[in-house]
Design a protein around this ligand. Structure first.
Ligand code: 3PG
Length: 397
């Protein structure tokens, strides 16, 4: 697919799909990461003489105008990140949008209202896509994190206008390719989180592609159960035990080594500072629950990281939101950060919880790449084609 430099943007209105689906509280943005990451693309369009017309969704209004989901609330944060005024049109198509685009002067940035206020967005309706396309002369997609959606602004537009990937889209794809596409081996994947059932496709894909798979969080308990180990009151999906056994059997065939906890941190209650103890993974008391991996497990994970050249991480190793059950996640994250700083490990992480956990561990800046994507990162790790990326490749060049 094209990059920004491949298109002639001089004097043109450039429809630029970005992801402004950022967390807010009382109408104020509380995490500006996604906003900061699109700045290079907007500047590059301006430097090429183009006029960026930003398209984005916010939350899930389901095709209706919902005032609390207006993109107007992100304008101040966008202005702060760009260091300039941002114009806002309270429609994404039609007369008001057209007039706002027509009024743009060189150097201006315009943000259009939430594309999901229109049913044609999620329906990828050709008429709606054409109404968007009528507003500009080129299309840049910089929203990797929305690329798993085949919507008008993420997919349809790429087929109607000369299109290119933005800088963040490029960086995301390069990082993911370095982690799973053509990685330096050995590759270790860390997969954590509560449930096996939500990450089945991901586990099946990974055991074909990686050399080591570290399983943590609640889903590790399900694997322990599958091995006939009692886990007391721990979170575990007992009805997934057969599936977990199948995954372990298939991993043997593909030569992927699965690493489960060898020791665990258990407690009788799940609250901050709760009394806890470390026991062997097969010795969880009947009235206790596993809330984190233990120190021997962390040591083993360190060893795997040390022996690997590439790490891909999705999901925390324990109940990281509540100390002290963040210890294993923090320690493993710190080891990955250290090896990355030393230049021996390429480390890529993504998914909402994962990024929160790495931020909490204070190491996010040390990773080679932290994806801005949640769902799109997971679908990509599952080996699925992302419609937004595919459309860039086979849409209008
Ligand atoms: C996200 O926040 O992960 C993306 O913006 C996609 O949002 P969605 O899950 O509502 O499609």
């Amino acid at each position: 697919f094209n990059r920004i430099e491949d298109l002639d943007l001089d004097g043109k209105a450039v429809l630029t799909r970005v992801d402004l689906n950022v967390p807010t509280e009382n109408g104020k943005v509380t995490d500006t990461t996604r906003i900061e990451k699109i700045v290079p693309t907007i500047k590059a369009i301006q430097e090429a003489g183009g006029k960026p017309v930003l398209l984005a969704h916010f939350d899930r209004p389901k095709g209706k105008r919902v005032d609390s989901m207006s993109l107007k609330q992100v304008v101040p944060a966008l202005e702060a990140a760009l260091g300039q005024k941002v114009e806002f049109a309270d429609e994404a198509i039609g007369g008001p949008a057209k007039r706002a685009v027509a009024a743009m002067q060189p150097g201006d940035v315009l943000l259009l209202e939430n594309t999901r206020f229109y049913p044609g967005e999620e329906g990828n309706d050709p008429t709606f896509a054409a109404s968007l396309a009528a507003l500009g002369e080129a299309y840049i997609n910089d929203a990797f994190s929305a690329a798993h959606r085949a919507h008008a602004s993420t997919e349809g537009l790429a087929r109607l206008l000369p299109s290119a990937a933005g800088k963040l889209m490029e960086a995301e794809l390069d990082a993911l390719n370095a982690a799973l596409g053509e990685p330096e081996r050995p590759v270790v994947a860390v997969v954590g989180g509560a449930k096996v059932s939500t990450k089945l496709d991901l586990l099946s894909n990974l055991i074909e592609k990686v050399d080591h798979l570290v399983i943590g969080g609640g889903m590790a308990n399900t694997f322990l159960v599958a091995k006939g180990i009692e886990v007391g009151k721990s979170l575990a999906e007992r009805d997934m035990a057969d599936t977990a056994r199948e995954i372990m059997a298939k991993a043997e065939e593909t030569g992927c080594k699965i690493h489960l906890p060898v020791d665990v941190v258990v407690a009788r209650e799940f609250k901050e500072g709760a009394a806890s103890e470390v026991v062997a993974a097969d010795a969880c008391p009947a009235d206790a629950m596993i809330l984190d991996a233990g120190p021997d497990t962390v040591e083993a994970i360190r060893g795997v990281f040390d022996a690997s050249k590439t790490l891909i991480w999705n999901g925390p190793l324990g109940a990281f939101e509540i100390p002290p059950f963040d210890a294993a996640t923090n320690a493993a994250a710190q080891e990955a950060a250290k090896l990355t700083r030393e230049g021996t490990l390429v480390s890529v992480a993504g998914g909402g919880d994962t990024v929160a956990a790495l931020n909490k561990a204070g190491v996010a800046d040390d990773f080679t790449f932290i994806s801005t994507a949640g769902g799109a990162f997971l679908e990509w790790m599952e080996g699925k084609d992302l419609p937004g990326v595919a459309a860039l490749a086979d849409g209008r060049q």
